[in-house]
Design a protein around this ligand. Structure first.
Ligand code: SF4
Ligand code: SF4
Length: 198
């Protein structure tokens, strides 16, 4: 004997309408809520204070480079992302206070995992991780940052780690002292002319 379908409940269409209404209510509820998305890149969100973004190489207050080309950061990097080639300072071309400076300094952001071990390893606090996170590119070459891109023009101003920041205040471990650039360059000139690496 063939199966006969069960008679449709008179409440079926009502239940379906209620379910549709319940689903639409979820959508309607969010129409008046503050959006959690932003229109990047026109709008930008400030990262957390301890956010680890792309690196910068700092300078001393006199304008000399803090990096002494010791390669400890490269040795500490678990991703083999850093290339440092040191060269000796000379009286005519002094770049850093030590015997050596980094003639070549590159960070490969195709490899970097932003762990910060290189920063920990640096004995001179030359290497700092900034809040810059715009690193997407359609070219592999452009993701290998050279020393020219990493070295700041003026020394960074560092904040105490426990400093409280008011809402809206610039957040970060440092800010670049633009006004210090001219002074730093003038003082660095006292150490002799600086030549760009060949
Ligand atoms: S943050 Fe980590 S992975 Fe990136 S360069 Fe430094 S040590 Fe290497
Ligand atoms: S960044 Fe620091 S650890 Fe790396 S080569 Fe320079 S001084 Fe050495």
């Amino acid at each position: 004997m063939p199966d006969t379908p069960a008679p449709e409940s008179p409440l079926g269409p009502l239940r379906a309408t209620a379910n549709i209404g319940r689903g639409l209510w979820v959508t309607l509820r969010h129409l008046w809520r503050r959006p959690i998305t932003i229109s990047y890149p026109e709008q930008r969100r400030e990262p957390f204070q301890r956010f680890k973004g792309r690196h910068v190489l700092d300078r001393h207050a006199d304008g000399l480079e803090k990096c002494i080309g010791c390669e400890l950061c490269a040795g500490a990097c678990p991703a083999d992302a850093i290339l440092v080639i040191g060269a000796p300072n000379t009286p005519e071309d002094r770049r850093s206070p030590g015997e050596r400076y980094a003639k070549v300094y590159e960070i490969n952001y195709l490899r970097c995992i932003f762990c910060g071990l290189c920063v920990e390893a640096c004995p001179t606090e030359a290497l700092v991780m900034s809040h810059a996170y715009d690193l997407a590119s359609d070219s592999r070459d452009s993701l290998i940052f050279t020393k020219d891109q990493l070295l700041v023009e003026a020394p960074l101003q560092r904040r105490p780690a426990d400093e409280d920041l008011a809402a809206g205040q610039e957040v970060g471990d440092f800010r670049i002292l633009k006004e210090g650039l001219a002074k730093a360059r003038a003082e660095a000139a006292a150490h002799g002319p600086r030549k760009e690496p060949a």
